[in-house]
Structure formats: structure tokens, C-alpha cells
Design a protein around this ligand. Structure first.
Ligand SMILES: O=C(CO)[C@@H](O)[C@H](O)COP(=O)(O)O
Length: 226
């Protein structure tokens, strides 16, 4: 199974964002956390900054919207050219319509769920999505501890994806580090967001390589790149 490592720039130095995005060229995608201080108690940036990141990033953008009223705002991020746009199930009134709007605009459509949100109501909608993000911390901040109790949700998703032969990436985000990435890979994740475990290291390149090896050692099937 192909393993993807997506460093989260929430842990980067915002004053030197271009430098820190260029440092992660060996990763698969740049994970871009958009927060509105309403859906989550933290504030980052909006479309203007994402547009600039789209212009300078050496690898594609994986935009994670932690914002209310996702139906209204998500399509605009796809129009900026983001490779993938993931919105929260808890913040959208029509997840299928929003996913279709993203795909129509050329982005991969992602559905995110908070740790306390059940995945079962969304299983039959999986063909509408290109990726599902299982939050492994409460969204809002980097540097929190991995919540292993979210792993059954990932196993349920992996079974559903395999059973129906779907090509849906399963992403985890929050507390992913060398001592937790194998747990998530074992449970069925193939796409790993890591903030402090990448930007907290002197060599972000070594951090990315080590996370990739650790995930591949526990992943289902044969390892490989996109
Ligand atoms: O979306 C979020 C937090 O809400 C994440 O992307 C964090 O930025 C991950 O940081 P670490 O837990 O890996 O430090």
C-alpha cells in the first residue's frame, strides 16, 4: 500500500512559511490547516494565504478546512487549485453536494471527522469521496497526544474500502510521530499528517524519511510511492 507523509505547516514558523514549505519537498503533500476560530478555538489563515502557498509550494496542497459553513467556503479552495480539499462532516449541511462541488472544480474531495463523530453514517457515501480524514486529536492545535481510541473507526473504514474495492485514501491527523504512526498504519491508514514530529526536528528530511519507513513497516500490503 502506498504510504503518504503530509507535514502540517501548523507547526511551521509562520514568519518564514515559504522557507518551511520548501524544506518539506521530500514529503508527498503540504497539509494546510485553515482555522476560523469558530469551528475550532484557533485561527490561522484563509484563501489569500492558501493561494500564495499554492503558488510557491514544491509539492501539492492538502487543504484541511476546520471552518464552519463548509458548504459555502470549501469550493473556493478548490478553485485556488488545491490538490485536495477536506472539510468536516460536523460543519457541512450537505456533504455529498459539497464533495461534488470540489470534484467539479478539479480537487480531490475529503471528509474529516472529529474523534467523537461516528463514521457509520458516512460509509455508504464513500464513493463520493477521494479521502477520509480521521482526526486523532481534537482539532485545533498541534502538539497534542494521539487518541488510540479512534483506531476502530479507521479499521471500519479500511474494511469498507477493501470490501467495495474503492480508491479512497485514509488519513490520520494529530499526535502522529514515530511511536504512533505504526499503530495508525496497522489500523488501516495510508496517509499521515504530522506537525511537531516533522517541524520539531532539526532535519525535517530525516523526520519525513523515518516516519515513512515506520508507516511502511506496519502498512497493509506492498509499500510504494504515488
Ligand atoms: O489539524 C491539526 C490540529 O487540529 C493538525 O494538522 C496538527 O497540526 C497536527 O500537529 P501534530 O499533532 O502532528 O503536532
Amino acid at each position: 500500500m502506498t504510504v503518504r507523509i503530509n507535514p502540517s505547516i501548523l507547526s511551521a514558523d509562520f514568519v518564514n512559511l515559504q522557507r518551511d514549505v520548501e524544506r518539506i519537498a521530500s514529503a508527498d503533500l503540504v497539509h494546510v490547516d485553515v482555522m476560523d476560530n469558530h469551528f475550532v478555538p484557533n485561527l490561522t489563515f484563509g484563501p489569500q494565504m492558501v493561494g500564495r502557498l499554492q503558488a510557491i509550494a514544491p509539492i501539492p496542497l492538502d487543504v484541511h478546512l476546520m471552518i464552519s459553513d463548509a458548504d459555502r467556503w470549501a469550493p473556493g479552495y478548490a478553485e485556488l487549485g488545491a490538490f485536495s480539499v477536506t472539510f468536516h462532516a460536523e460543519a457541512a449541511s450537505d456533504v455529498v453536494e459539497t464533495a461534488r462541488a470540489l470534484r467539479e472544480r478539479g480537487s480531490r474531495a475529503g471528509l474529516a471527522v472529529k474523534p467523537g463523530t461516528a463514521i457509520e453514517p458516512y460509509l455508504e457515501l464513500l464513493p463520493e469521496f477521494d479521502q477520509v480524514l480521521v482526526m486523532t486529536v481534537e482539532p485545533g492545535f498541534s502538539g497534542q497526544s494521539f487518541m488510540a481510541e479512534t483506531m476502530p473507526k479507521l479499521r471500519t473504514l479500511r474494511q469498507a474500502v477493501e470490501r467495495h474495492g474503492l480508491d479512497v485514501w485514509l488519513q490520520v491527523d494529530g499526535g502522529i510521530a514515530l511511536d504512533t504512526i505504526g499503530i495508525a498504519a496497522e489500523a488501516g491508514a495510508d496517509t499521515f499528517v504530522a506537525g511537531s514530529a516533522v517541524y520539531g526536528r532539526d532535519s525535517v528530511e530525516a523526520a519525513i524519511a523515518e516516519l515513512r519507513s515506520a508507516a511502511e513497516a506496519h502498512s497493509h500490503g506492498t509499500p510504494g510511492r504515488v
